[in-house]
Design a protein around this ligand. Sequence first.
Ligand SMILES: C[S@@+](CC[C@H](N)C(=O)[O-])C[C@H]1O[C@@H](n2cnc3c(N)ncnc32)[C@H](O)[C@@H]1O
Length: 302
Amino acid sequence: MQNPGTWVPQATADGSFTFFSETFGEAFHSSGGAQSEAFTKFARVTKLAERAVQRGPDSRQPIRLLDVCYGLGYNTAAALETLWAANPGCDIEVVGLELDATVPQAAIAPDLVSIWSPPVQEVLRAIAQKHEFQDSRLSARMLIGDARQTIQQVVAQNFQADAIFFDPFSPRRCPQLWTVEFFSQVAKCLSPTGILATYSRSASVRAAMRAAGLHLGNIPLPAGAARRPHEWSQGTVAAWSPDGLLPLSPMEQEHLRTRAAVPYRDPNLTDSAAAILARHQQEQQQAPLESTSSWRRRWGID
Ligand SMILES: C[S@@+](CC[C@H](N)C(=O)[O-])C[C@H]1O[C@@H](n2cnc3c(N)ncnc32)[C@H](O)[C@@H]1O
């Protein structure tokens, strides 16, 4: 864990800040915009505004959110802004999972937290300082530790999320959170009508989600966005039913039949990143699947 004072904010293109992790060698958000990513890749695609409106003004049935890798809390914050803009009285329950408590603490510095509305700022401060928040419309708690263990508490409580924000560092840097076994635990916390969203479009990640029993959908690039050949999507959504999901393109479906689609595995949810990467490499070499380079050539991907 880092001292909160050592997290140095870095500006992203929408003016909001992110951090860089020395441990994982990666920024917490894309340089395109940390705050806007929380809205477009997580709050919007999990249909939060529609869910809040459907609940109506008097419903006491909460909307439940599971924020896997809470970090600076941007995905939770964007979700709260979205839900309360659509239905100010909407009841909400949030569970956040985070390894390093110093990240949310550093993220409530005035310059960083001021991008959110005052009620959401109050929630982020309480979660960072006390790991919980409670008032008449929101119950939120953050579980600190390795999500591979803390998810067991969420499963044991039969928490059924309407939206799961799945936002670990990339599979190469943090493979332990992209395995079939971890997705299987997370999927137990997804309600029959819930949606899981992640920024990853990688075939190994999609294959792991599918092996956990979920149907997959695409998060398309914004209309008119400049696009390089390897950028075919902004991420993936997953649910128990395919209804309402935007199907993967033929190119993406074929990607799932190549060696790139060999998923990461962590049989006891305890292996190191190095052990998971080594197992993955070995399984890829032995897989009787088309090579990903011939798929790339076929679709003109550099
Ligand atoms: C890409 S960042 C998440 C960004 C975050 N969603 C946000 O909006 O700021 C990944 C986060 O995962 C956390 N993390 C890394 N390994 C973890 C683990 N095994 N269990 C839980 N959290 C983990 C890191 O501390 C970091 O905060």
